[in-house]
Design a protein around this ligand. Structure first.
Ligand code: 5AD
Ligand code: SF4
Ligand code: FES
Length: 350
């Protein structure tokens, strides 16, 4: 990397602050990003230590009323076998997750109105009785719905912004609006949830400049959790085909987020491992401190097909639990014992 990249990285390490131009400069750098990844790793270690938080993810329904062009769960995808897991079975899965030692469950689905507020709040409060943290990742809701889930005990909410470029957003997410999605994130934050968001890196038509703006936006919220994933082309969707691998670029975006938000929780995502067989471990050594192993029962897994090649499709919840533990040990890190909330650390600003 050239001198200006070095000085930008030095500034980021010292102040955890960069402007859009400086972020763009890092993103545009074509040479290897070794130093970026190693400083992000150092910052992670300094602020959060070597513990890794595990979140058990339960994909409880693949129905979705939305039609995002890039996503396999889109309503218009006729090639997908749809399933819904009944509330009692979701609770059973959460109980299992607790027995595997998980301290957080993430309930994730497409936007599925089958799960009424009443159904969801019952699921949430029953799981909360197990004394584990609950994260929801079920899409755009009204303020009242978000409030009901928060009142029922939900600790965290994940809602990816996907892209902050309005033109791209309108093209890729028909009938949805960027303004509404940003309002949702504002509401989530206002209700006291730990707020998670992120983007897809490599969307057709996305520019590095728009990614730099996305990063600025995530910092402005500011988010408590980040999930960054590469775009993976799904042939069951109408989007234009690409074979490009966005692993390196998504890793760079993730590492920059670590520099700018040194104490937040950042996931080594499933999508990263889908495009690189060591993707999660590399991410954990480039700024990430969270992994979200799949805890969905095997019969459902293959149908939660957001994109092809998704990892763990034929593996059981217990297999993934021990697999990830071994992987984490292999890089001399350990699994945290706590619930892994976002603990705001004192920034090292002099
Ligand atoms: N490639 C990568 N990530 C995708 N998502 C949806 N489609 C794709 C794709 N083709 C991600 C989005 C969304 C979540 C359900 O999955 O970020 O929030
Ligand atoms: Fe539904 Fe989310 Fe997929 Fe869009 S990205 S189709 S809202 S599951
Ligand atoms: Fe599922 Fe490794 S985490 S098989």
């Amino acid at each position: 990397m050239g001198n200006d990249i070095d000085s930008i990285l030095n500034k980021a390490v010292k102040y955890h602050n960069l402007d859009e131009k400086e972020i763009l400069c890092i993103l545009e750098e074509k040479k290897e990003s070794k130093r970026l990844f190693s400083v992000a790793d150092e910052i992670r270690k300094k602020y959060l230590g070597d513990g890794i938080h595990l979140r058990a993810i339960i994909e409880f329904s693949n129905y979705c009323k939305q039609n995002c062009l890039y996503c396999g769960l889109r309503k218009g995808n006729k090639y997908l076998t749809r399933y819904r897991i009944e509330p009692q079975e979701i609770i059973e899965s959460a109980r299992k997750a607790k027995n595997y030692g998980y301290k957080t469950v993430v309930l994730q689905s497409g936007e599925d109105s089958y799960y009424s507020v009443d159904k969801m709040t019952k699921i949430i409060s029953t799981i909360k009785d197990l004394d584990i943290a609950v994260t929801l990742s079920i899409g755009e809701k009204t303020f009242e719905e978000y409030k009901a889930y928060r009142d029922a005990g939900t600790d965290r909410y994940l809602l990816k912004i996907e892209t902050t470029n309005e033109i791209l957003y309108n093209k890729l997410d028909p009938k949805m609006s960027l303004t509404n999605r940003m309002q949702c994130l504002e509401n989530i934050k206002k209700l006291g949830y730990e707020t998670g968001s992120g983007i897809i890196v490599g969307l057709p038509g996305q520019t590095l400049k728009s990614i730099a703006k996305d990063i600025m936006y995530l910092k402005s919220i500011p988010i408590d959790m980040a999930g960054i994933g590469p775009f993976i082309y799904n042939p069951s969707t109408p989007i234009e085909s690409t074979k490009e691998n966005f692993f390196e670029l998504s890793l760079k975006v993730m590492a920059i987020i670590r520099l700018l938000m040194p104490d937040i929780n950042i996931a080594a995502t499933t999508a990263m491992e889908t495009v690189n067989s060591r993707g999660r471990l590399i991410a954990l050594q480039s700024g990430a401190n969270v992994v979200m192993p799949n805890t969905t029962e095997v019969i459902y897994r293959k149908h939660y097909k957001i994109y092809p090649g998704k990892i763990c499709i034929n593996d059981s919840p217990s297999h993934c639990r021990s697999c990830i533990e071994n992987k984490i040990k292999s890089i001399n890190r350990y699994i945290s014992m706590g619930k892994g909330s976002h603990i705001k650390q004192k920034r090292g600003i002099k």
